[in-house]
Design a protein around this ligand. Structure first.
Ligand SMILES: Cc1ncc(COP(=O)(O)O)c(C=O)c1O
Length: 376
């Protein structure tokens, strides 16, 4: 577990490292520059050694592993039948949106938010209802949500922990969201892909569906080892859908629109949850130190403000007082590749991925400081 080790990711076809030329440090798309845990590497090795790649079942131990993980990490007790295996969280969100809200339903979410939610909300004739979070603390604005509600609002897409602000919603907020959704007969599609990336050690992730059986019956929850264990290219994820009728409806659409999770993905997920807990703890410690470094450094640059991220390896940085209009474009000129907030429907912010080696981050901070000092 050497998180300081540098890899030439450019030559391996990395999306993150091939977007820009070599002058630019890429801190945009959400994967980390860390090698995976040894048990995951072994799972990949077993797969490549097999030599026959026919239709496969999920590894026998996977369901039990997932059930234990949800129990031990979040205190949520689920049944094996509630799980639907998927190749990715996004394909699951898209399938669920199709199932519960075929056009012309309204799809609500709180913005800024992970870009594809906005696309799912407006795809296939659906109507996106994007309600801003309160800028103070990035909490949900329930008054604004009530005001935005229409008779055909059918779905709320939840991102918890939240990309891009790094917030973990509190139990109180989740309860209020659940009350709102139950009252208005709205399904919750809950993307919890960042659940294991808790930076704040005083907090524990709360799956919204764990609040009560009534909430669970109205919720499609999505999880994956992809973010926390840095394996998004291995394509494994799962939905937890306690209501049998909804699970069958979801699965019918999934069958003809989404490929099956591969044996490789399933075994990597099993290896992550069952055998790589030590790696995760070490990675979280490294990320916490990166986060604290960045928090101090960014807030020391006049014109920039960063709030503490409670989870994820994403920093959400306010540049409204820098006097620079399009900060992401400006930073690219100075050799740092980040995402402009408007991608997420968030003004005056950038999102910066700090899941990288410390010295890379230090150099990025130097360049950011110079960009601000030079006023773009
Ligand atoms: C909130 C969120 N959901 C989903 C994804 C993508 O997950 P997957 O590759 O499993 O679709 C990401 C990736 O950044 C994400 O941040």
């Amino acid at each position: 577990m050497d998180f300081e080790r540098v890899y030439d990711r450019k030559k391996d076809g990395s999306l993150k490292w091939n977007k820009y030329n070599e002058e630019v440090i890429p801190l945009w798309v959400a994967d980390m520059d860390f090698e995976v845990a040894e048990p995951i590497r072994a799972a990949v090795q077993r797969y490549t050694d097999a030599g026959i790649y026919g239709y496969a079942m999920p590894p026998a131990a996977l369901a039990g592993t997932v059930i234990s993980w949800l129990r031990s990490r979040y205190g949520w007790e689920i049944e094996k039948e509630w799980i639907v295996w998927l190749p990715s969280v996004l394909s699951g969100l898209g399938t669920a949106a199709r199932y519960v809200s075929a056009a012309p339903y309204g799809v609500m979410t709180s913005v800024p938010v992970y870009r594809p939610f906005l696309d799912i909300g407006s795809a296939e004739g659906r109507r996106l209802q994007a309600v801003p979070l309160k800028a103070e603390g990035w909490t949900m604005d329930f008054d604004a949500m009530e005001a935005a509600l229409t008779e055909d609002t059918r779905v709320y897409i939840l991102c918890n922990p939240h990309n891009p602000t790094g917030r973990m919603y509190s139990r109180g907020e989740l309860e209020q969201l659940a009350d709102f959704c139950l009252k208005h007969d709205i399904f919750i599609l809950s993307d919890e892909i960042h659940a294991d990336l808790t930076l704040d050690q005083h907090r524990q992730h709360i799956p919204v569906a764990s609040l009560s059986p009534e909430v669970a019956a109205q919720t499609f929850s999505f999880f994956s080892a992809a973010k926390a264990f840095n394996i998004p290219a291995l394509n494994s994820a799962f939905a937890v859908i306690p209501d049998a009728r909804h699970r069958e409806g979801f699965d019918k659409i999934r069958l003809h629109t989404v490929p099956n999770m591969t044996l490789l993905g399933g075994d990597a997920c099993r290896a992550a949850f069952a055998e790589s807990g030590g790696w995760l703890e070490a990675a979280l410690d490294y990320l916490r130190a990166n986060h604290d470094f960045l928090y101090e450094e960014i807030n020391a640059i006049p014109g920039l403000k960063m709030n503490r991220a409670e989870a994820t390896y994403l920093a959400w940085i306010d540049y409204s007082e820098s006097g620079i209009p399009d900060f992401a474009a400006c930073l690219e000129k100075y050799g740092v590749g980040v995402m402009e907030g408007t991608v997420f429907m968030g003004e005056n912010h950038i999102r910066l991925n700090f899941g990288t080696q410390r010295h890379v981050l230090e150099e990025a901070v130097r360049r950011i400081r110079t960009a601000v000092e030079n006023r773009g």
